[in-house]
Every structure is written in C-alpha cells, then in structure tokens.
Ligand binder design. Structure first.
Ligand code: NAG
Ligand code: NAG
Ligand code: NAG
Ligand code: NAG
Length: 411
C-alpha cells in the first residue's frame, strides 16, 4: 500500500492509513436484530488518535466509555447488549435469536453462587453483605412466567455462600461468612451441601487444621468428586467475617470422602473464580487482586478498592490425575474489572464475569464476545433443558441471556 501510494504521489494520507491500519468504522451494527449487537472490527486494534480510557480508582471506565472522538461509530459500543470481537465465531455463539433482559433489580449487595437445580427448575443464589449478618439466600422460580424472586432459608441457615455448584443431586456451597453467633450458631468459612428436596444443609469442611479459612469464594468439582476451591480475603474486606485472615490466600483441593484438604496453588494475590474444562484436562483460576484492601489482625475491616494496575487475570493450568495442577500460564486479562466467576461452556469456551459484563473466550483466551450489563456481574449459571439460557447475578441486578452457547450439564 505504501509503495503503491508513493508511486502515484498520494503519499501523505495513504501512507498514514497504511502504517497505522485504522479501520473505519471501528464499530458497526451487525448480526441478528433480536438484541443490540455491535461488531468491533479488527478488535479495535488501532484507534484513531486521540483516544483515552480512564482506569480511575474504584470506578474504572468500561471499554465502551473509551473516548474516541475521531470515530463517532465508537459511541455505539457503550449501549450494545452484545459486543462481537470475532465476527464468525461470535455470531455463532449468539445464534439466530439472541436476547438480553434485565429481569430483577436487587440490592447493591454482592449476589453470587447461582446454581440451577434441574428437577425443581429453580435458580438458587446468594446475597452477601451489606448488611453483615444477612442470612437468607434467594431463589428464582423459573416455572412461572414471568419468573419470581423470593428469599430462601436453609435448615440450618448457611452464612454467605459465595460460590456454588450442583453435584449428585446436591448444591455444594463455598461458604464465605465467619461469625461467632449468627442465627444463634457459630459459622466459619468452608464447604456445605444443601439438599433442596429436604432443605437440609450439612457442613463438610470448616477449618484448616484448626485455622479458619478466610473466605471460601468459589469451587468446582472434578470427575472423581473432589472439590477444588479458592480462599481469598474478601470476607474480611467486606466485613462478613469477624476474624482477620489467619493464613495466606490460596487454592485448595478437598477430598470429601476422606476429609483430606491440601493447598494446590498459592501464587495468586486473590484467587477467585475456578473452573475445569469439559475434557477434565485444564483448570482455570482467576486472580482479582486488583480489588484489594488492608488486612491485619490489628485493624478493623476497611473495605477494598480497585486498582487497575493490580492482578486481574485468569490463569490456566494442566490438571494431573494425582489431583495436582502445574504449568501455570496467563490466559486472559479482564477487559473490565476483575474476572470474578469463571465457567466453561460445553464446547470448551471459557466464560467469565468481569466488571459490567460477561466475556466469552476461546481455548487460547482470545475474546470472542462480551455481554454488557448495567451492573457489575459477579457470577452466572446456565439454566434450562437446552442449557442455552444464561442468568447473570451481581451488584443490584439479575439478568438473562438467551443465545447459542450451551453450558455443561451439572449432575
Ligand atoms: C481520574 O479522574 C479524575 C477526575 O475525573 C481525573 O482528573 C483524573 O485525570 C483521572 N485519572 C486518570 C488516571 O485517568
Ligand atoms: C430497575 O430499576 C430501574 C431504575 O429505577 C428501572 O428503570 C427499571 O425499570 C427497573 N427494572 C426492573 C426489571 O425492575
Ligand atoms: C454476625 O452476625 C450478627 C448477628 O446477625 C451481625 O449483627 C453481625 O454484623 C455479624 N458480623 C459479621 C462480621 O458478619
Ligand atoms: C495501585 O497499584 C500500584 C502498584 O501496582 C501502586 O503503585 C498504586 O499506588 C496503587 N494505587 C492505589 C490507588 O492504590
């Protein structure tokens, strides 16, 4: 292009375009009309100058608020339901009739641990502090139209489940709250099961050789029934644990048949989401250390701040039959916020809740699609017979995506 332009004597403008590969427009409407879908051409790899995105403190600007005055097409990015980065695979993920719907407004508390129970066709989820000491969970009844949202209390109550999955007919909860006396009983972070038929909750792990865990945050269960879970400091930062951290953060392996618990990974600042690929060979663990606070047994809990230069990546690991992981590699740096919940679709694509949205990545960590929300999403779960409906939960909102990307069936 450069040489061609020069021979014709059109040097200035052509040379500039050829060397900087600005694509115009950067963004354009594309795909089905059932939702607001915007394609980002060439990943917006070269934006026209001057552009700027503020990484500011606790309120980092979403990608769509990047200021790109030289290309008015970019203004569409902020309001789209779906951003497509890879046109062919991205539109395939959406399918012919994608929809996005904000279904419920909920409190500004963290909402987490969404688990769909197939035989009830209900979505269980949790609400964390504020206020500290809040005990009930929430449940969405999908049998009625429109779905209803109500409070739910297990017997005994479980304080602040922050991660959840479904296995052998039970919900497995990563319990993040720690309290000397809540609902008349003591409760420490660990793992509990819930039988939604009888409403009975059973604690299956609540200590590490006498120490309290800091915050069982999220968990996944492998084919052998072993549980892998992350233990960051967020319960302390959010004042839902009455005891400051007693151990460093880490990721653990728990064998529920023997009770054995052991550390498998302790290199992440704040390990958070955790998931296993459908072939059982790859583990994904996110580090949301960009959201961090002060932890000291000598100081009261002081909340946390988001620092855009901190850790905010998902790492991939090889899983070995021995129940260990190795070969850590950086997999995906969140486009917005920190990668919180992580789950793997049936086809191996990795999905993560990051800031005000959910990202879909291929097996190399390349971003294909972003779902955009008006609230920060903490986690999500596939529901329904076809497993092509994704429910997102977070600060202030619960919303629903229907698309072509099928979830792994949990049994
Ligand atoms: C953060 O926001 C403030 C106020 O909007 C602005 O003055 C400052 O330049 C921003 N900092 C960065 C790094 O963008
Ligand atoms: C949620 O609240 C916003 C702002 O008050 C309102 O506009 C919207 O209709 C509400 N959505 C639902 C699903 O209740
Ligand atoms: C512990 O529970 C009590 C009673 O519900 C509540 O008032 C208090 O705030 C809770 N503390 C923490 C740290 O969760
Ligand atoms: C953010 O982290 C960097 C180091 O990664 C540090 O220098 C900076 O002070 C931090 N900013 C805030 C607001 O904590």
């Amino acid at each position: 292009m450069y040489l061609f332009a020069r021979t014709l004597g059109l040097q200035v403008v052509f040379c500039h375009l050829a060397f900087s590969q600005v694509v115009s427009p950067v963004a354009e409407k594309c795909g089905p009309s059932s939702a607001s879908v915007v394609c980002i051409n060439r990943y917006g790899a070269v934006l026209p100058y001057h552009f700027y995105r503020s990484p500011n403190g606790t309120a980092e600007d979403p990608y769509g608020l990047t200021s790109v005055p030289a290309d008015p097409s970019f203004a569409q990015v902020a309001t789209a339901d779906f951003l497509i980065f890879d046109r062919s695979r991205g539109l395939d993920i959406l399918g012919p009739n994608p929809t996005y719907k904000h279904v419920f407004n909920v409190s500004q508390a963290i909402h987490e641990a969404p688990v769909w129970v197939p035989k009830l066709n209900k979505l269980f989820l949790s609400q964390l502090a504020p206020p500290p000491g809040y005990l009930p969970q929430l449940v969405v009844d999908l049998n009625v139209s429109p779905p209803t949202l109500s409070e739910y209390l297990s017997d005994p109550p479980v304080y602040a489940p922050n991660g959840g999955t479904f296995h052998n007919g039970l919900i497995y909860w990563c319990v993040s709250g720690g309290n000397m006396s809540i609902g008349g009983v003591e409760s420490r972070p660990g793992i509990a099961t819930l039988d939604t038929t009888t409403n009975k909750a059973v604690t299956i792990l609540n200590n590490y050789f006498g120490y309290y865990f800091n915050d069982c945050d999220d968990l996944t269960i492998d084919r052998s029934g072993n549980i892998w879970f992350t233990d960051p400091f967020y319960s302390w930062f959010q004042a839902i644990d009455d005891t400051a951290p007693q151990m460093a953060t880490g990721t653990y392996h728990f064998n529920p048949s023997t009770g054995a618990v052991r550390i498998v990974e302790d290199s992440l600042a704040q390990p958070n989401g955790i998931a296993i690929s459908p072939d059982g060979k790859t583990m994904y663990i996110s580090d949301t250390g960009a959201a961090t606070g002060i932890y000291s047994p000598l100081l009261p809990s002081q909340g946390f701040v988001f620092n855009s230069t901190g850790p905010r990546s998902i790492y991939a690991y090889d899983i070995h039959h021995s129940g260990s992981i190795s070969n850590k590699r950086a997999f995906y740096r969140a486009l917005h916020g920190g990668p919180d919940g992580v789950k793997v679709a049936k086809n191996g694509y990795v999905v993560t809740a990051a800031g005000t949205g959910v990202d879909v990545l291929d097996e190399t960590g390349t971003l294909l699609v972003r779902v955009q929300t008006s609230y920060a999403v903490q986690n999500f779960a596939w529901v329904g017979e076809e497993m092509k409906e994704l429910w997102l939960v977070g600060f202030g909102g619960i919303s629903k995506v229907t698309w072509g990307l099928e979830g792994q069936e949990l049994k």
